[in-house]
Design a protein around this ligand. Structure first.
Ligand SMILES: [Cu+2]
Length: 360
């Protein structure tokens, strides 16, 4: 029995290893992968990855080949008398050669790599769209300066147009000096670039085809780093123009019912902090301005919320308002980061959710 068990174990282990390897490799392509580029600013780095990998493979096969050759050729034979082979020291020619080869390979790879780093960041020559990306704990805010449009979590872009991201990190209502570094990465559309406090960084992005491209914050940024995702919806130019049109329209003011009650509460929660203190619902008067939390003017035009981690519907919205920490651990009580739990009553929740659902 015991023997039987022992003999089976290695086999099972290798099957597990094989499965694990297959799973890991399966993760290399698909919705969120630099190996499935969907635009020029992702295609060029991808091609560079392929070239570097091929060079590495050639070196690997060559070196491994030499090792295997030596192991086989110079193995201990039956008639071996146990004496050491001739010892060779300090062959200057050889040493220069095997120092030069890697140095030359690295120098050759460095040229396109450095060029690539610049080309993915410098201002595109073609007409392009500018989107400001602001990394907050723990969600991405997007501002379109050309249209004065704010949105969050889901960026919308036209296809076949270079998009220039101007990126910075910061938590509204807090000093820039307390902000943390984030990193914006939509692998199928662009390279990866850090968002820094007090310093703007740039990244170019472009989608060839309409679709939804997934990404996330790629730099550890605290408690809810894992809950900081991003997605990009790319659409044909006409659809994009329509989206801009909709986003530039002020929110409608409900004229009665629980929706109107919800709007009242949104602006006034008695001795608790009002929603409007942190969220903008732009009703057409004055300029739009950034707020501490995501702009909610057209909240319901988005698919998910809270850092693009949950589907946006009536039920999840209600849960978020009732107990935001149950969806996303935040630190509001500790350092004012994130969305506070406002101890809303059931009636208040009903009215607020009814109101939020009107923000199409
Ligand atoms: Cu982050």
């Amino acid at each position: 029995m015991r023997e039987h068990h022992e003999s089976r174990r290695p086999r099972r282990r290798s099957t597990g290893l094989l499965l694990a390897t297959a799973l890991v490799l399966a993760g290399c392509s698909g919705d969120q992968s630099a190996l499935s580029p969907a635009g020029p600013y992702a295609q060029d780095p991808h091609d560079l990855i392929v070239i570097v990998t091929v060079i590495a493979l050639v070196v690997f096969v060559f070196v491994q080949g030499l090792i295997i050759y030596s192991v086989v050729k110079f193995r201990t034979r039956k008639d071996d008398d146990g004496s050491l082979p001739v010892q060779v020291h300090g062959n200057t020619k050889l040493e220069i050669v095997w120092t030069m080869i890697p140095a030359v390979i690295l120098a050759v790879i460095a040229v396109p790599t450095v060029q690539m780093i610049f080309s993915t960041m410098e201002e595109p020559e073609d007409e392009h769209l500018v989107v400001e990306v602001i990394g907050h704990r723990w969600w991405f805010e997007y501002y379109y300066p050309d249209f004065d449009v704010y949105t969050a979590n889901e960026m919308v872009i036209p296809t076949d147009t270079p998009v220039r991201l101007e990126m910075i990190a910061g938590d509204p209502g807090h000093s820039q000096d307390s902000a943390v570094i984030h990193s914006f990465w939509i692998p199928a559309l662009a390279g990866k670039q850090d968002l820094l406090p007090n310093h703007t960084t740039f990244l170019n992005m472009q989608a060839d085809e309409p679709g939804t491209y997934l990404g996330q914050c790629a730099e550890y940024c605290g408690l809810s780093h894992v809950n900081m995702r991003a997605r990009v919806h790319a659409m044909e130019a006409a659809d994009f123009d329509q989206w801009v049109e909709e986003q530039s329209t002020p929110a409608e003011v409900p004229d009665g019912g629980p929706e109107a009650e919800g709007r009242e509460l949104f602006h006034d929660l008695g001795d608790r902090q009002s929603c409007a203190a942190c969220h903008q619902v732009w009703e057409g008067d004055g300029a739009r301005s950034p707020s501490q939390g995501p702009d909610l003017t057209h909240l319901m035009s988005r698919d998910e919320f809270a850092g693009a981690i949950v589907d946006l519907d009536e039920e999840t919205l209600r849960q978020w308002l009732a107990d935001p920490n149950s969806i996303k651990p935040m630190q509001y009580e500790v350092n004012g980061i994130g969305m506070p739990d406002l101890d809303l009553t059931d009636d208040e929740l009903d009215a607020l959710v009814a109101y939020l659902l009107t923000l199409q």
